[in-house]
Design a protein around this ligand. Structure first.
Ligand SMILES: NC(=O)c1ccc[n+]([C@@H]2O[C@H](COP(=O)([O-])OP(=O)(O)OC[C@H]3O[C@@H](n4cnc5c(N)ncnc54)[C@H](OP(=O)(O)O)[C@@H]3O)[C@@H](O)[C@H]2O)c1
Length: 268
């Protein structure tokens, strides 16, 4: 299998490294098309050999073409690669907000897979939601899901608009978690902990809680009931969260992200 990754930035490189690590594809099977010539040395240092800086006939050799440029660069990219893309090639786009109908119109292809990964793909812990057009065969879909899974976990959806919802939950989600971590970190410092101690208190509390949660069958609500004893400290904090409507605020935040994701996909 030959894979062409277009855009060797954060995401494109994360995918390329994930594929190599997994041994699903070897370095001869990966081609990279990048805009910045000054990235050549670092790409070669990472072990990539087939590096290109302008589109050309080699694009026709790719079974899978991965689009990983910023959404604002898509039109320019489409124009430059259109003549080399054929209808038998599978196109996987990880570009936020670019609909499959746009890709189909601009590139004249029908086998399209669209995925929304998140930041943690950089350490193989992404949560990715992906969808596809009807023209993608089951075998092609499984092949691409195996590749996506080299960067973490994935869920397939048959409805493209669920990618906007995924953007609002798992795409933007790492920032929500970090926001909550930062609030606790500031509280810990206010209570007298040194910054390094505050950081450790927060990170270990998050890590320990996630590990505990993953090793049990209890829901988050059940765990909260277990730890919040009547009249205790945890209950005092939870009551305070409730009285200022924190849970509703978090839901509203996620809905704002969903609305923005829909708006952004409408303008492309
Ligand atoms: N980063 C994330 O956590 C994340 C999460 C979900 C989805 N995404 C999506 O992933 C895509 C890539 O994001 P990113 O953070 O990886 O961006 P990035 O770091 O800016 O990488 C994009 C790369 O593509 C290159 N490029 C631009 N136009 C090109 C062209 N016509 N041909 C070849 N290469 C070209 C850029 O070069 P120059 O720098 O020279 O322009 C840059 O190296 C975006 O569409 C984004 O929506 C990212």
């Amino acid at each position: 299998m030959k894979i062409l990754i277009i855009g060797a930035g954060n995401m494109g490189l994360t995918y390329a490294k994930g594929f190599l690590r997994s041994h699903i594809v070897n370095k001869e099977g990966i081609m990279i098309l990048e805009k910045s010539v000054d990235k050549e040395e670092s790409l070669r240092d990472l072990g990539f050999e087939n590096i290109y800086f302008t589109p050309g006939e080699y694009i026709k050799n790719a079974d899978l073409v991965i689009l990983a440029v910023k959404p604002q660069n898509t039109q320019e990219l489409f124009e430059s690669i259109k003549e080399y893309i054929g209808s038998d090639q599978v196109v996987l786009s990880i570009m936020a907000g670019v609909k499959m109908s746009t890709i189909s119109e601009c590139l004249g292809v029908n086998k399209i897979i669209r995925a929304m990964p998140n930041l943690a793909s950089q350490i193989g812990q992404s949560m990715t939601v992906f969808t596809s057009t009807d023209d993608v065969t089951r075998i092609e879909l499984v092949m691409v899901q195996n590749l996506i899974n080299t960067t973490g976990k994935s869920i397939y959806t048959g409805e493209e608009n669920m990618l906007d919802a995924a953007t609002a939950i798992s795409g933007s989600g790492p920032a929500y978690v970090l926001f909550f971590m930062d609030a606790l970190y500031e509280a810990a410092k206010d209570m007298g902990f040194a910054p390094s101690e505050a950081g450790l208190l927060v990170t270990q509390t998050f890590k320990g809680t996630i590990d505990l949660y993953n090793r049990s069958n209890h829901s988050a609500k059940e765990w909260i009931q277990k730890v919040a004893s009547k009249g205790g400290t945890t209950e005092a904090a939870l009551n305070s969260f409730e009285s200022c409507g924190l849970q509703e605020n978090i839901k509203e935040g996620a809905i704002s992200a969903l609305k923005r994701a829909i708006e952004l996909s409408e303008v492309k």
